[in-house]
Design a protein around this ligand. Structure first.
Ligand SMILES: Cc1ncc(COP(=O)(O)O)c(C=O)c1O
Length: 364
């Protein structure tokens, strides 16, 4: 049996008629950028999240970049975030000429540890950027409390948490702006690059609308300096076709996670810890083991692909080596222990069984 880490072709086949139809509709319309499909998706996704506004952009990285800029972050400002995340979290900050200040994570949720925020705040701090990693929310109440105390905006990186709930709210609606990626492998994925910013604040929505379109909302009037980062009509139509499946996909991911956590019984394996502050939508199922490399080799022999998310924390990446970040003991410890098992809605029960049996057969 060969089990891939992800299989976007299976996902496409499962929804082929709707997706083909969506693409054909756009081709027939002759309108490809900033049109009906994009507006429809912006409204639908904002409604799904419980936000007032949705503004489609070109990618998750752009969503972070433009979201921070709309919140007033400028070159030379500092933004507090984590190093244990996908590198584009920090790119969104660096693209503005701002400086990411990396702090450590909570060892159970793998998300920004709120207890470490205040020590990292300086007069240059202009935003806090928590990441809802692997499908689980960061501890937003604690983060928002500190942000309010210091009058700092909160920009949520929701790239791995479509549909995740914290308290009674979907992620992306708790801070000032929520930034999503629709990279194809995400829980809601386009068939190319795409992203969105959601917000409840009218002035931030207006700023992002300007920033994504050369600083212009009214044709030939350029109010501010802007970028070109728009959600195109083909991607928006595909997302319109797929949005209705997001909850079912997340439910299936939760079922698979449940199978793994109850059936994988191994003395050297630590399962994810779902926190009681919200739901976990399992974009990734990340376990920890002291024998990571041997486990991966063993699973490869069993025909199972695995991943590491992420092997090198951002402060150890060449692009960020100049920042002289303080040691981050939790981050630096777990990056050598983590392994991601395949988890995607189209995984079959037989494949799940094979993964469970193979992990259990790994010598302790
Ligand atoms: C946590 C996180 N933030 C940001 C991004 C960037 O999204 P995109 O690839 O759409 O630019 C990603 C996706 O790779 C991500 O996983």
């Amino acid at each position: 049996m060969n089990i891939p880490f992800g299989d976007l072709k299976r996902q496409y086949i499962a929804q082929k008629p709707e997706i083909d139809q969506a693409i054909q509709t756009v081709l027939n319309s002759g309108w490809f950028v900033l049109g009906e499909q994009g507006h429809r998706f912006e409204r639908a996704f904002a409604k799904y999240c419980g936000a007032k506004h949705g503004i489609g952009v070109g990618s998750g990285t752009d969503a972070l970049h433009l979201g921070l800029k709309a919140c007033g972050v400028q070159a030379g400002d500092e933004v507090i975030t984590v190093a244990h995340t996908a590198t584009p979290t920090a790119s969104g900050i660096s693209l503005l000429g701002a400086i990411p200040v990396f702090i450590d994570i909570d060892p159970e949720s793998y998300t920004l540890n709120p207890n470490l925020i205040e020590a990292a705040i300086t007069p240059k701090t202009k935003a806090i950027l928590p990441v809802h990693l692997y499908g689980q929310a960061a501890d937003m109440n604690a983060i928002l409390h500190i942000a309010q105390k210091h009058h700092l905006p909160v920009v949520e990186d929701c790239a791995q948490a479509h549909g995740t709930i914290y308290g009674n709210h979907k992620v992306g609606t708790l801070g000032d702006v929520g930034c999503f990626s629709f990279y194809p492998s995400k829980n809601l994925g386009a068939l190319g690059d795409a992203g969105i910013i959601i917000t409840n604040q009218d002035h931030l929505a207006h700023q992002v609308q300007l920033l994504r379109n050369y600083g212009s909302i009214t044709r030939d009037v350029h109010e501010i300096l802007g970028a070109n980062s728009r959600l195109d009509e083909i991607q928006a139509a595909i997302l319109n076709a797929k949005l209705g499946q997001l909850d079912a996909g997340n439910k299936r991911r939760q079922e698979i996670a449940q199978r793994y956590s109850t059936s994988i019984k191994h003395s050297d394996i630590q399962h994810p810890t779902p926190k009681d502050w919200g739901t976990h939508t399992y974009h990734l199922y990340v376990i920890q083991t002291s024998n990571r490399d041997l486990l991966r080799k063993h699973l490869e022999k069993c025909g199972i692909s695995t991943g590491i998310h992420y092997p090198t924390p951002i402060h150890k990446q060449p692009a960020y080596a100049h920042l002289s970040t303080q040691p981050l003991p939790v981050t630096e410890h777990i990056v050598n222990q983590i392994v991601s098992l395949p988890i995607f809605p189209e995984l079959t029960d037989a494949e799940i069984d094979h993964i469970v049996q193979s992990v259990n057969a790994f010598p302790a």
